[in-house]
Design a binder for this molecule. Sequence first.
Ligand SMILES: CC(C)(COP(=O)(O)OP(=O)(O)OC[C@H]1O[C@@H](n2cnc3c(N)ncnc32)[C@H](O)[C@@H]1OP(=O)(O)O)[C@@H](O)C(=O)NCCC(=O)NCCS
Length: 173
Amino acid sequence: MESKPCIESLTVKNSHVLPPDTNSHGTLFGGKLMAYIDDVAAIASVRHCRKPVVTASTDSVDFLQPVFEGDTICLEAFVTATHNTSMEVFVKAITENLLTGDRKVCATAFLSMVAVDENNEPTPVPGVYPESEQEKWLHEGAERRRLHRKERRKESKELAEKFGTGLPWMDRS
Ligand SMILES: CC(C)(COP(=O)(O)OP(=O)(O)OC[C@H]1O[C@@H](n2cnc3c(N)ncnc32)[C@H](O)[C@@H]1OP(=O)(O)O)[C@@H](O)C(=O)NCCC(=O)NCCS
């Protein structure tokens, strides 16, 4: 499979922040922002590999700024690195007050998306190459982040095994 430039997967999503998606402080629900992040990352990764994908993991998301009702939220995503069947996607979320033009980065995140075949088994994806300085910086850090995720996944599996499917009260004697 031929490698593709990062820019080929660039995906931009703009939304108005309206009451059904805001909390009692008049700001966007964190869960709603996470859903937007997942959606834009999914589109970017499918654009890259042209195969169905699943979200394997999301690295930590820090909500850096509140997003107010009436503002807009703009998400930008692109594939920064690939391994065999997985793709790392970087997402940046910007909030904008349309009346003043004031713009702030309100969150960033890395997601790992895995391409799957008709049996939902992981399937290979094309490589990706960076061109701009920012893309190169993100691409260079990808292997370090991948190894970190590998460790974290191991711990998650251990936790799942240790706690199983039982309810906490079943553990009391
Ligand atoms: C993600 C999933 C497809 C991995 O399948 P698997 O059979 O465990 O496959 P493997 O262990 O061989 O991993 C396949 C690839 O996924 C990557 N991967 C798996 N879990 C990962 C995680 N938690 N974070 C980052 N990458 C992960 C592996 O590193 C590997 O990448 P590579 O092929 O590029 O080296 C599988 O666990 C799954 O379907 N999970 C549920 C996904 C889902 O439903 N998401 C929506 C959220 S509800």
